[in-house]
Design a protein around this ligand. Structure first.
Ligand code: DAK
Length: 257
């Protein structure tokens, strides 16, 4: 597929997707979200790729869903409804996905960042759920993921006032992993991506799945799932290799098997 609204690159085992509608502050149009779903799935299935980075570049991550496009939509508008299935596809990626956020991450943009597994922010990053100013509310997980991450009271404040928080505040609230100068954003995201890419892929995949399970299930169920994943990994060659290499005091050679 030729992409018009995003740029997809590969750097070793890392796939990098850059949102590319700068004139509209990377507003998430239907076409952009569709391309994103296709690109994320393609990288997820690409055997060379171990980790994905999602960024909007240095100026802006994404100023939300495209308001022009939504302005006249009815509740059953196909393009409005269709967005949800694309978003679900993005959320289902089995490889780790790192958001590298600079500038505005608002509305659907903030939700997109929150649906990633790790968020690295530049000092210029601004997060917000301003949908209330448009007479609506977050619709792609903003009320749920934000509340689970920053707690009820701060989520209420952000969603009900629509005000933005800066990168420092986002880090203080646990919304982002790290804050770095703009010029180091991609470098830092790459560094983390490469660290993860060097780990045994099956363990990475199951670790991600197990952590996500913590948000979707009671503790007992999550613990049981974790235990099953743990046992399952004892069937992998990489688990044998990891332990053998430790005992032989050498670097493990992981094969993803
Ligand atoms: N959509 C479309 N165009 C946008 C946009 C957006 N979200 N944000 C900015 N732009 C466009 C502006 O219209 C302007 O275009 P021109 O006038 O030059 O043609 C250009 O980008 C530059 O924007 P500004 O001139 O406004 O730039 P400023 O630096 O003055 O202000 C700003 C930057 C980010 C503070 C401001 O642009 C702004 O407030 N933007 C809107 C932010 C916002 O309200 N975001 C939330 C959108 S609603 C769904 C689930 C979820 C969603 C949708 C569906 N389903 C379940 C189906 C999500 C909804 C949302 O995200």
């Amino acid at each position: 597929m030729d992409y018009e609204n995003i740029v997809v690159e590969k750097d070793g085992a890392v796939g990098i997707i850059t949102l590319n509608r700068p004139q509209q502050l990377n507003a998430l149009s239907y076409d952009l979200v569709k391309e994103l779903a296709v690109a994320v799935e393609a990288l997820d299935q690409d055997a060379e790729i171990r980790v994905v980075i999602l960024t909007g570049g240095e100026k802006v991550f994404a100023a939300g869903a495209d308001i022009k496009e939504m302005a006249d939509a009815g509740p059953f508008d196909e393009r409005l409804q269709g967005r949800l299935s694309f978003r679900d596809r993005i959320n289902k990626i089995s490889k780790p996905i790192i958001a590298a956020v600079s500038g505005y991450a608002l509305g659907g943009g903030c939700e997109l960042a929150m649906s990633c597994d790790i968020i690295i922010a530049s000092e210029t990053a601004r997060f917000g759920q301003p949908e209330i100013n448009l007479g609506t509310i977050p619709g792609s997980g903003g009320t749920q993921r934000l509340a689970r991450t920053v707690g009820k009271h701060r989520a209420m404040e952000m969603v009900l006032t629509g005000e933005f928080i800066d990168a420092t505040e986002a880090q203080r609230l646990g919304l982002v992993n790290q804050v770095v100068p703009v010029e180091l954003l991609l470098e830092e995201a790459m560094e983390i991506a490469e660290k993860i890419a060097a780990k045994p892929p099956l363990a990475v995949e199951l670790a991600k799945e197990a952590i996500l399970k913590a948000f979707n299930s009671p503790l007992d169920e999550g613990l049981e799932f974790e235990r099953k994943c743990f046992y399952l990994l004892f069937g992998s060659e990489d688990r044998r290799e990891g332990m053998k290499a430790f005992l032989e005091k050498r670097k493990p050679q992981f094969k993803g098997k």
